[in-house]
Design a protein around this ligand. Structure first.
Ligand code: HEC
Length: 121
């Protein structure tokens, strides 16, 4: 009887481990899905996205400011767009660093630019 119990205990431990391990791993990898944003107008990179980055991020992420990723032109901003939208929403770390988060309208504007194909317009 005692032996049977320990077999069940061993099986139970394996089952519990397999339940917890995969979720632990996938948590570290995938950022949470972005909330859906309905975009009603075309976002302009030069009129809206670049000024938002310039105003809120360039103090640390401008060229020569010393923080990676450098976000000082279209190529750098578009290549890092996925990271930027998650950082604006707090993953893995809220940007601008130390907060407060940008206004929702600005975050949604950036996400719309992303959804519209990161146009250089
Ligand atoms: C006060 C300085 C400061 C400001 C302002 C700031 N950042 Fe950052 N940012 C940092 C630092 C420092 C890190 C590196 C954090 C780390 O590696 O732990 C970072 C990291 C990042 C990363 C990389 C995150 C990742 O996924 O690896 C992105 C993207 C980013 N910032 C975007 C922005 C955006 C967009 C803005 C403006 C809305 C902004 N940051 C404003 C200091 C700043």
């Amino acid at each position: 009887m005692k032996k049977t119990n320990s077999i069940f205990f061993a099986l139970g431990s394996v089952a519990i481990l397999t339940l917890f391990l995969p979720s632990g791993c996938s948590k570290a990898k995938a950022p949470p899905p972005l909330p859906e944003v309905i975009c009603t107008s075309t976002i302009s990179f030069s009129q809206q996205v670049a000024p938002m980055i310039e105003e809120n991020c360039s103090g640390c992420h401008g060229s020569g400011a010393g923080t990676s990723p450098v976000l000082s032109n279209y190529t750098e901003i578009s290549e890092n767009a996925d990271k930027i939208i998650h950082a604006l929403r707090g993953t893995p770390q809220l940007m601008p660093e130390g907060g407060p988060a940008l206004a929702d309208s600005l975050i949604q504007q950036f996400q719309c630019w992303l959804q519209q194909g990161k146009m250089n317009n």
